[in-house]
Design a protein around this ligand. Sequence first.
Ligand code: FES
Length: 98
Amino acid sequence: MGKVSDVPPDRAEVFDVEERRIAIYRLDDGFYAIDDICTHDGGPLAEGEVEGDQVICPRHGARFSIKSGAALTFPAITPVQTYPVRVDGEDLLVGIAD
Ligand code: FES
């Protein structure tokens, strides 16, 4: 769905896949994918600041784990959906369950 070189280390790149907006992150140990939509009020997570393996929602400041999707701070309480990412050469492949 995208290329390794599309995703910089300090921010997410968003891809539209099967009517979802998925944010891909490049962390120290690999690539991770989460929904681009904050579970609190729909904020665009990919526009949020990345600190380590956490992203901060730009709308109200909730933190999410990029690796597990866990909502770490209020006002979000519901985890964000995560997706497995596989690297195949230069290609990024994201697993989406039916
Ligand atoms: S929309 Fe993300 S914290 Fe409110």
